[in-house]
Design a protein around this ligand. Structure first.
Ligand code: SF4
Ligand code: SF4
Length: 222
C-alpha cells in the first residue's frame, strides 16, 4: 500500500533527524502512544512507524525481487525464555540510561540487530520471537478492539496469506483449518489482504466477527 510506505518513510526520516539532533529519547513518546493506541487499532506502530520494521522491509523487498530464500526460525528461539531475556535486556538498558543519564542510541542498536538478522533469517524470527518492543506491544495489541479477521465463509484455505505474513501471525494448527490471525502478533501491515484471492480478510471490530473469533481458542503468545 503506497501510503503506508509514505508514512514509513516520513517516520524513518523523523527518526534519523532525532538521532542527528541527539534527541532520540523523544521517540519513546511515540512508542508509548503506539502502545496505548494498540488497544484500539492493534500494533499499527510496528508496520507503520517503527524504523526497525521499515529497514527490515527494505531488505525483504530486495530479497523478494532477487528471489533469495532465508533460513527458517531455529527451534530453540521459540522457547519463551528467549523472549523474556530480550525484554529483560531492553529494560536493563533503559534503566541504565535513566540512572546514568548517558544517551545510548538503543533503538539504533536494535535496528542494526533486527535488520542484520533479517539478512539471514525470515522476518518472523525477529517480529514474533526477539523484538522487545514487539513483546511489549503484544500486551496491548492482544486486547485490540479492531483487528484483521478471516471470514471463513469465503476462505478457500489457499495459505497465500500465511505465506506472506512477516510476523508469523496467521496460525493454522492443522492443514485443513481456516487461518486464524493472532491480533497480539499482527503488525497491521495489510500484506495478507493484498494477496488474498477471495478478499476475505477484513479489518474491523472484533464483535463484527464473533463467529470466527468464537470458533478459535488460541493463546496470543506461543
Ligand atoms: S489468502 Fe484468503 S482465501 Fe487464502 S487462506 Fe488466506 S484468507 Fe483464505
Ligand atoms: S500479513 Fe496480515 S496478519 Fe500478518 S502481520 Fe500483516 S496484517 Fe497482520
Amino acid at each position: 500500500m503506497k501510503w503506508r510506505r509514505s508514512i514509513q518513510i516520513i517516520f524513518l526520516a523523523l527518526f534519523v533527524f532525532l538521532i542527528i539532533q541527539g534527541k532520540q529519547q523523544i521517540w519513546i513518546l511515540l512508542f508509548l502512544a503506539g502502545l496505548a493506541g494498540a488497544l484500539w487499532w492493534g500494533r499499527f506502530y510496528c508496520a507503520w512507524l517503527c524504523p526497525i520494521n521499515t529497514t527490515m522491509e527494505i531488505v525483504d523487498g530486495i530479497y523478494r525481487r532477487i528471489g533469495i530464500e532465508r533460513l527458517p526460525i531455529p527451534d530453540w528461539v521459540k522457547n519463551k525464555w528467549v523472549r523474556v531475556t530480550m525484554v529483560l535486556i531492553f529494560i536493563a538498558t533503559m534503566l541504565s540510561i535513566l540512572l546514568t543519564g548517558k544517551k545510548i542510541p538503543v533503538l539504533l542498536l536494535w535496528i542494526i540487530i533486527g535488520t542484520g538478522l533479517s539478512l539471514f533469517f525470515v522476518p518472523a524470527l525477529w517480529h514474533r520471537y526477539l523484538c522487545p518492543y514487539g513483546a511489549i506491544l503484544n500486551l496491548t495489541g492482544s486486547q485490540a478492539r479492531n483487528s484483521f479477521v478471516v471470514d471463513e465463509e469465503n476462505c478457500i484455505r489457499c495459505k497465500k496469506c500465511s505465506l506472506v505474513c512477516p510476523a508469523g501471525a496467521i496460525i493454522k494448527e492443522n492443514p485443513r483449518d481456516y487461518p486464524f490471525i493472532d491480533k497480539g502478533l499482527c503488525l497491521v501491515c495489510t500484506q495478507c489482504t493484498q494477496v488474498c484471492p477471495k478478499d476475505t480478510i477484513k479489518y474491523g471490530r472484533q464483535q463484527s466477527f464473533t463467529r470466527n473469533v468464537n470458533s478459535h481458542s488460541h493463546s496470543t503468545v506461543n
